[in-house]
Design a protein around this ligand. Sequence first.
Ligand SMILES: Cc1cc2nc3c(=O)[nH]c(=O)nc-3n(C[C@H](O)[C@H](O)[C@H](O)COP(=O)(O)OP(=O)(O)OC[C@H]3O[C@@H](n4cnc5c(N)ncnc54)[C@H](O)[C@@H]3O)c2cc1C
Length: 408
Amino acid sequence: MPDETGTPADTTIAQRRLIGLARELGPAFAERAPRYDREASFPFENYDDLRRSGLLGLCVPEAHGGLGADFATYCLVSAEIGRWCGSTALTFNMHACSTLWTGRLADDLDMTEAERAEHERHRSVHFRRIVSDGAIYAQPFSEGSAAAAGRAPFGTTAVKADGGWRITGKKIFASLSGAAHYYGVLCTEAKAEPSLRDTLYLAVPAGTPGLGIVGDWDPLGMRATVSRTLVFDDVFVPDGAQLMPRGIYFQAASRWPHMFLTLSPTYMGIARAAYDFTVSYLRGEVAGMPPIKRRMYPTKQLAVADMRIKLEQTEALFLRAIRDARVDPSRDERMRAYAAQFTIMENANELCRLAIRTCGGQSMLKDLPLERLYRDSRCGALMLPWTAELCLDRLGREILYKPGEVDD
Ligand SMILES: Cc1cc2nc3c(=O)[nH]c(=O)nc-3n(C[C@H](O)[C@H](O)[C@H](O)COP(=O)(O)OP(=O)(O)OC[C@H]3O[C@@H](n4cnc5c(N)ncnc54)[C@H](O)[C@@H]3O)c2cc1C
């Protein structure tokens, strides 16, 4: 059972220490969140704090000077950050997963000796930039086509050039645009027949000639992610920019499906924050508010009981799914991951909805966090490749069809 702050009782000492680091930073994140949300500006101060605490290197292997967090530990720390500031947690996901995927996940994949040596050489440069220089990595994959859903090759292409690659294309919803030092771009190696198998994962340094950041950013929620559009106009990057060897991203996406579950901890944190706020509000304990108690009404008690049950159901599935995560999971584990993603994303919004209904009119004013949590929570179900809809699609199909099965 999670404790009063949502930390599961069976977390290891190492996990508790890392969750504790995030928890120490949390109150300052929460204090700054309304301003970043209002301005739709990037939480640079939060990233300075993350850098100082060492958390930018959370998933960088210890051998490379990082904190060496595994998949489950990453998810627990991310959920803790999400309790305090959704946009910081969501953008931190893009950064930390750039290192989790190239680190622990890549270690599980099949590579030739030469590929493994090349990967080690390249990733040590990326890891050093983060651990020594405090660099931030983004993950702009989405293009507004079927590519980010994993159903078509990326339209952004990379052409082999002398000593590197030349990239051309466009990425929409690039969280950390203008804040990241490197943009980890998924693109397709240009060939006569474009194929998902030829997906390349390349880190483009901010400021590289030909890289532009365009368009406005004035969204409903997750406003501090500053997810603008990136344009690549014949952008050159050297061979060392590869975050994975050629062809390995395709293997990762096929064999390590939980890599796409890493956005959900942000929303698990938001769900927990909405519940915590509701309890404090009904007890008359919200800082800066008159200490009026509303807990004596049976309808309020029923509502928080309902919220607690939804939260427990969601957290239970979250904890189960993050412990399932591994290379080549069973069919059952894969389906549970879809179910977990769907449940967390939808229930986070449902809990925020219940929180506003239960706390009432004053609770939706902008000087309190609930309305921001509500807006942020609505964005969870939209995140490709595992949107709520696509989780249902995949789940339904994979329940009824075993691999390779077709109808006559
Ligand atoms: C706050 C925020 C931050 C984001 N940050 C990033 C980021 O850093 N990097 C990044 O790469 N992306 C990011 N995204 C983008 C996100 O992952 C999606 O790619 C984006 O929301 C898709 O928008 P769209 O209108 O192009 O969706 P569409 O592709 O038009 O899809 C609309 C809906 O249709 C369904 N759908 C899509 N494709 C299929 C299909 N092939 N079959 C069946 N159904 C389908 C899905 O349920 C989807 O929700 C972010 C999004 C938000 C809201």
